[in-house]
Design a protein around this ligand. Structure first.
Ligand code: PHE
Length: 465
């Protein structure tokens, strides 16, 4: 994958880079790297997925567990992936292979994850485009009505059309290789998104009855704690930080050797978690307010953002305009993430097949559109189809986040702890600066992470299947 990289020639393929003796040309600045990685990390996972999981799994307790996991697990895994990438200068499969031939299979498992996520990610992206068009055509009030969202996602054709538009937009960017433009756009857009989210979040709190919801969101209630909270928070962490799927390895391969790796990881983490936090604050207190404190309303799942936010905008002075701007930003955030997903898939195949890049792009686009159809229909005419007791989209989400990513993460930890040894990673981090969290890192990667991941995997298999 070459996203955002190579300032000189945007159309160079990965393979061309690898023929170079020197390391690939990479980001021109540390900030460029941080923004590019944050562009992949911050997306629908933060704005759409985090709030509904937090609402469902106990509010404050989920938030607490998530933050603890982010600064321990998330940190250690992200350091590992970026360091592996920077050290080897390669993307997942080849990176593992170049460290130890026998372990390239970890790279293959990691690479399968974006292939599963991409189609259903585009279904949600399609919903965002639909809401964007609603606000641009002045139908905001209708969107705030009860049942509007369910009516939309259960219709057979319209959501699929919007999904295809989203896939098409993603494919156009990937095809044209306008990554540098995107890097610029996201540098401006990300801070605006954060500010707007804070503004909407603060407004949400002023709605009658929202305060109680805010308390639910930030105050941990330990009686709500269960292993399910941890499993869900962990899955969300992988997803949101684009971990355990090889993406951060690729980004690391573009990072300059002279930049501070540990500091960059902290920044990406803070950014990603802040956007998630404010998205929850935008949505959860408002759900409380509109449902009159009915906790069942928090359990709506995937539709939470699309059902609640239109109601917030409807009561807000100038809400329609705010809504239009908001959905544009969400769309851009979603696109920067989906582009990184599609780029990864395209580069996996162009590394393996001797076919032109654009042909692969078009094939990935067409196949993804087809694979996305069942996920979309799963909310409508195929709602009777249940895989492991869940809707089709939820099934793909579950398999990737709760099964495959923990497996990849576990294998990565074992690989670092026993094969290449933590010192290899630590040395890479210490190229520039002292590794301040070295002790934490070592304990996490060699003991805590593997043990914990095994527990998570077992419980997610037993508990859910
Ligand atoms: N991290 C992105 C988000 O939060 C989703 C994503 C997953 C993007 C995997 C790229 C790779 O929306």
């Amino acid at each position: 994958m070459k996203l955002y990289a190579c300032p000189k020639d945007e159309n160079n393929s990965e393979r061309e880079y690898e023929n170079m003796d020197d390391k690939k040309t990479g980001f021109t600045s540390k900030l460029g790297f941080v923004f590019a990685a944050a562009g992949s990390a911050v997306g629908l996972g933060n704005i759409w997925r985090f709030p509904y999981l937090a609402a469902k799994y106990g509010g404050g307790i989920f938030l607490l567990v998530y933050i603890v996991l982010a600064v321990t697990f998330g940190f250690s895994l992200m350091v590992t992936e970026i360091a592996i990438g920077r050290k080897t200068g390669k993307s997942a499969v080849k990176a593992f292979a170049s460290l130890d031939r026998r372990f390239s299979f970890i790279g293959y498992i990691a690479s399968a994850v974006p292939i599963i996520i991409f189609p259903y990610y585009c279904v949600i992206g399609g919903w965002v485009i639909k809401y964007l068009t609603i606000y641009f055509t002045g139908q905001g009030a209708e969107a705030a009505a009860d049942g509007y969202f369910d009516g939309f996602i259960s219709s057979p054709v319209s959501p699929i059309v919007f999904t295809c538009i989203f896939i098409f937009l993603t494919a156009v960017v990937v095809l044209m290789g306008v990554q540098k433009g995107i890097e610029k756009v996201s540098t401006v857009m990300m801070p605006v998104l954060v500010l707007l989210s804070i503004g909407i979040a603060v407004y949400s709190l002023t709605i009658d009855g929202a305060w109680e919801g805010f308390i639910y969101y930030i105050k941990p209630n330990f009686s709500d704690f269960s292993i399910k909270t941890v499993v869900a928070a962990m899955g969300q962490l992988f997803y949101s930080m684009s971990l355990a799927m090889g993406i951060m390895i690729t980004y690391g391969s573009y990072m300059r050797r002279e930049d501070n790796l540990e500091g960059s990881v902290r920044q990406i983490e803070i950014f990603d978690t802040a956007v998630a936090f404010f998205s929850g604050m935008m949505i959860i207190p408002a759900v409380y307010a509109f449902s009159g404190g009915d906790k069942d309303a928090l359990n709506q799942g995937a539709g939470l953002m699309f059902v609640t936010l239109p109601k917030v905008f409807d009561t807000m002075y100038g809400g329609k305009l705010v809504a239009a701007v908001f959905f544009v930003l969400v769309l851009l955030a979603a696109l920067t993430s989906s582009i990184s997903l599609m780029e990864t898939i395209v580069s996996i195949f162009s590394d393996k097949l001797k076919v032109k890049r654009w042909v692969i792009c078009v094939c990935v686009m067409l196949i993804s559109a087809e694979v996305a159809v069942p996920s979309s229909l799963g909310y409508g005419i195929w709602s009777d189809v249940k895989l492991l007791g869940r809707s089709i989209l939820d099934f793909f989400d579950f398999i990737s986040n709760n099964i495959m990513m923990p497996i990849t993460a576990l294998l990565t930890c074992i690989f670092v702890a026993f094969v290449i040894k933590p010192k290899t990673i630590e040395d890479e981090v210490e190229r520039t600066e002292n590794f301040r969290s070295k002790k934490l890192y070592r304990i996490m990667i060699s003991f805590v992470c593997p043990v914990f991941l095994v527990v998570i995997l077992i419980s997610s298999v037993i508990g859910y299947v």
